[in-house]
Design a protein around this ligand. Structure first.
Ligand SMILES: Cc1cc2nc3c(=O)[nH]c(=O)nc-3n(C[C@H](O)[C@H](O)[C@H](O)COP(=O)(O)OP(=O)(O)OC[C@H]3O[C@@H](n4cnc5c(N)ncnc54)[C@H](O)[C@@H]3O)c2cc1C
Length: 284
């Protein structure tokens, strides 16, 4: 199953970097910013984590040569977090060392709640070692995230705020949309007031309206934060926000390991399943 030309292509820019760079160029030409995500997660051995790290370093060099924006997103389980923390830290350091000289920004995506504490700890370790070209993601569905936002704001670290994409138990996560949204608004306000260039990542018009209203009310300039959305989702809203003068970055995923990412996008919106089934029938 390939995303290229197929039904997954709406959400994934392609299997190789050339396709992703082409998609990034189109977005940048229309005034949007981008972050490239070389898809991968949950590698099963140190050798696979090493291979993923080497591949990511290669991707960094190719992005630099391509001339598109130097902003990438990655997952720590792609770098061996499930194998052991030391391997993952070593691999992350290799990537940050490759990224830093070229002025890349590296966003560490957030995975399921079994990885929240360790992901933030690994990030903070790198931060204390002087790596400042990286940022984290906080999920508003997690009850702990307001405290984590305070911790990241105190560090001066850049946070991307999302609702959260994994199925989480009630012991750690809000279960109703109303609670997740209310927490999203509270954390958004905390980040806009005290954070460092936060990213408000959502396709939800209510969250976007709340952010714009809060920024205007507090006289927070649009240059102090940005909106982010996923490739292929609410392109109309992406264009409208940009046209209205707000910063808008699109997360552009690519690579052969696209299946788990794709499944999360389907789970978020039942209507996507119909879209995919129609695509499969068309592809036959
Ligand atoms: C830039 C970016 C980076 C992200 N990084 C992470 C991360 O590191 N960790 C993590 O757990 N999650 C991440 N997410 C996903 C996020 O947690 C949510 O699962 C996802 O954004 C859907 O939530 P929402 O805020 O758009 O609001 P929702 O209330 O879920 O959706 C609001 C509206 O957006 C549209 N929409 C939302 N999702 C879809 C979809 N899949 N297909 C079509 N339309 C859709 C629909 O119109 C929907 O009504 C990221 C999201 C973005 C935008």
């Amino acid at each position: 199953m390939r995303p290229g030309g197929g039904f997954a292509r709406r959400f994934i820019a392609g299997e190789d970097l050339h396709e992703a760079v082409a998609a990034a160029r189109v977005l940048q030409a229309s005034g949007l910013s981008i972050t490239l995500d070389y898809l991968g997660e949950s590698v099963a051995s140190a050798a696979e984590a090493d291979a993923a790290t080497r591949a990511y370093v290669g991707v960094i060099q190719e992005i630099a040569a391509s001339g598109v924006e130097r902003n990438i997103s990655l997952k720590l389980t792609q770098l061996g977090l499930t194998i052991d923390r030391a391997t993952c830290v070593d691999n992350l350091r290799r990537i940050l060392d490759a990224a830093q000289p070229g002025g890349f920004f590296v966003r560490i995506d957030m995975e399921d709640s079994t990885f929240t504490a360790v992901t933030l700890d690994v990030f903070e370790t790198m931060w204390q070692q002087g790596y400042r070209n990286a940022g984290v993601v906080l999920q508003s569905y997690l009850q702990r995230s307001e405290q984590d936002a305070t911790r990241m704001n105190d560090l001066g670290a850049r946070v991307r705020l999302v609702k959260g994409a994994y199925k989480e138990p009630k012991e750690v996560a809000f279960q109703s949309k109303a609670d997740v949204d209310a927490a999203y608004v509270r954390i958004m306000q905390q980040l806009l007031l005290k954070g460092t260039f936060p990213a408000i990542a959502t396709h939800d018009p209510a969250m976007i309206d709340a952010t714009r209203a809060f920024a205007r009310g507090q006289a927070i300039a649009p240059s102090r934060f940005e909106f982010q959305m996923l490739y292929g989702i609410r392109r109309d809203l992406q264009a409208a926000l940009h046209a209205d003068g707000w910063g808008m970055r699109v997360y552009v995923p690519f690579g052969r390991e696209w299946f788990p990412y794709f499944m999360r996008r389907l789970a978020e919106r039942p209507a996507n399943v119909g879209f995919v089934i129609r695509g499969i029938l068309r592809d036959r």
